[in-house]
Design a protein around this ligand. Structure first.
Ligand SMILES: *Cc1c(COP(=O)(O)O)cnc(C)c1O
Length: 424
């Protein structure tokens, strides 16, 4: 029984039901101890790109662990870290050229925030301490990440300890988007014209706000945001922890939007979902502010397992496979098309939307939209009965499968969504 020793995250242990017990996973399927099988509709929390139990990955990781398992990534570097950094940079805008390793999405964000603050500090601009962030945003559960994420159930107990950020609306695609974008950009321009010297950077989830409920913005909004904040000299930080490595249908959201942030945070898909690893990518401009004869201008931040060779090897395999066949993430808009009509015609489905490999819709519900809406739990339970693993966010239902999901498995998932909708 889990209650004896395990404390499950995001879970009220007193009232929660026992989690399922996973025994094995192969391709898009998760197998339980009791013999049941679930189609993994959410890539095991947005990380798994090539399915589970992938032989190419397993072999590469076994070889790496037998050759070089771990080394202090301060006095040593290694080929896996070097290869991976070259491969990642080869698909990013050329202005980005330094890779800083850490080991999860929250720390990738934490590193970006600290780099942005010290970037100004190193130049004697100690008053630039604030960030502009987006309502609904989610950047992780560490303190900097919580401070820049939208206030929520998750971070309420810590509110007195969080630094204060300036939050603006995320202009979601759809009705009235022009006015929303105009309003946001005006609000930022107004704030910056009053006190731009107090601001270090803008932090945004580009193209897709994930945890907020798969809310999509237009690429042109990011272009205008980039122009605006660069005209005031602030740094632009993209949290691509979820959108990176093909999720949006392009390699990265910065490429989709043809924008060039100063810092990018990457994690989730980086290792194909095999091992924890993350990257904060910095531009030459940011790097140069730390490059000095003065010791105190160095960046004093690190983690025991950063750039772990086995994790980096998983990253190398991931990048090689994506480069070999980018169609596996580019083709999803097309692959979803046959299923859109029946889903969108359902009375309970509103705002059906697709961005790259993500399909999402809002369940029509009497209760307020948002994470706490209980209708998602009900939908999830019915989906389990259809052998489909989903993890709705409030009344937002979405599919985010591994890129290798087979056509008949994708059809299985979409048909299961329809059957669940009919039972609601
Ligand atoms: C998941 C996520 C994070 C946090 O990553 P962890 O690895 O869970 O710490 C940060 N930002 C975004 C956009 C995410 O989706």
């Amino acid at each position: 029984m889990m209650q004896e020793t395990l404390w499950i995250p995001y879970t009220q242990m007193k009232t929660a039901k026992e989690p399922f017990r996973a025994k094995a996973a192969k391709g898009s399927w998760i197998e339980l101890d009791d013999g049941r099988r679930f189609l993994d509709g959410v890539s095991s929390w947005w990380v798994n790109l090539f399915g589970h139990g992938d032989p190419e990955m397993a072999e590469a990781l076994a070889n790496q662990s037998a050759t070089l398992d771990q080394v202090a990534f301060v006095d040593f570097t290694h080929s896996a870290a070097e290869e991976l950094s070259k491969l990642v940079l080869s698909e990013l805008p050329s202005s980005l050229n330094k890779i800083f390793y850490s080991d999860n999405g929250s720390t990738a964000v934490e590193v970006a925030l600290k780099l942005a603050l010290q970037y100004w500090h190193n130049q004697g601009e100690n008053l630039r301490r604030r960030f502009i962030c987006f309502k609904g945003g989610y950047h992780g559960d560490t303190f900097g990440a919580m401070s820049t994420s939208a206030p929520s159930l998750f971070n309420r107990p810590f509110e007195p300890f969080l630094f204060n950020a300036f939050f603006v609306e995320f202009p979601e695609r759809g009705g009235g988007v022009e006015e929303k974008e105009e309003r946001v950009l005006n609000q930022i321009a107004q704030e910056l014209s009053l006190r731009s010297k107090e601001y270090a950077a803008v932090l945004v989830e580009p193209i897709v706000q994930g945890v907020a409920g798969m809310r999509f913005c237009r690429p042109t909004f990011l272009q205008r945001l980039e122009r605006l904040i660069k005209s005031f000299g602030l740094l632009l930080i993209y949290d691509e922890v979820m959108t990176g490595f093909g999720r949006t249908g392009e390699w990265f959201a910065c490429r989709l939007s043809e924008t060039q942030p100063d810092l990018i945070c990457l994690a989730k898909g980086l290792t194909g979902g095999y091992l924890p690893l993350s990257i904060t990518v910095a531009s030459q401009k940011v790097f140069d502010a730390f490059y000095s004869d003065e010791r105190e201008k160095a960046f004093y931040h690190g983690h025991s397992y950063m750039a772990n060779p086995i994790a980096c090897r998983a990253g190398v395999v991931t990048m090689q496979r994506l480069k070999r066949n980018p169609k596996i993430f580019q083709s999803f808009a097309q692959r979803y098309t046959p299923f859109l009509e029946s889903l969108s015609s359902h009375a309970l489905v509103a705002n059906l939307r697709v961005q790259g490999t993500i399909l999402a819709f809002d369940l029509v519900s009497q209760e307020v939209s948002g994470y706490s809406n209980p209708i998602g739990k009900q939908f999830q339970a019915l989906a389990f009965e259809e052998s489909l693993y989903l993890r709705p966010m409030g009344n937002v239902i979405y599919l985010m499968p591994a890129y290798t999901i087979l056509d008949d498995e994708l059809a299985f998932a979409c048909n299961a969504l329809n059957r669940v909708l009919n039972k609601m």
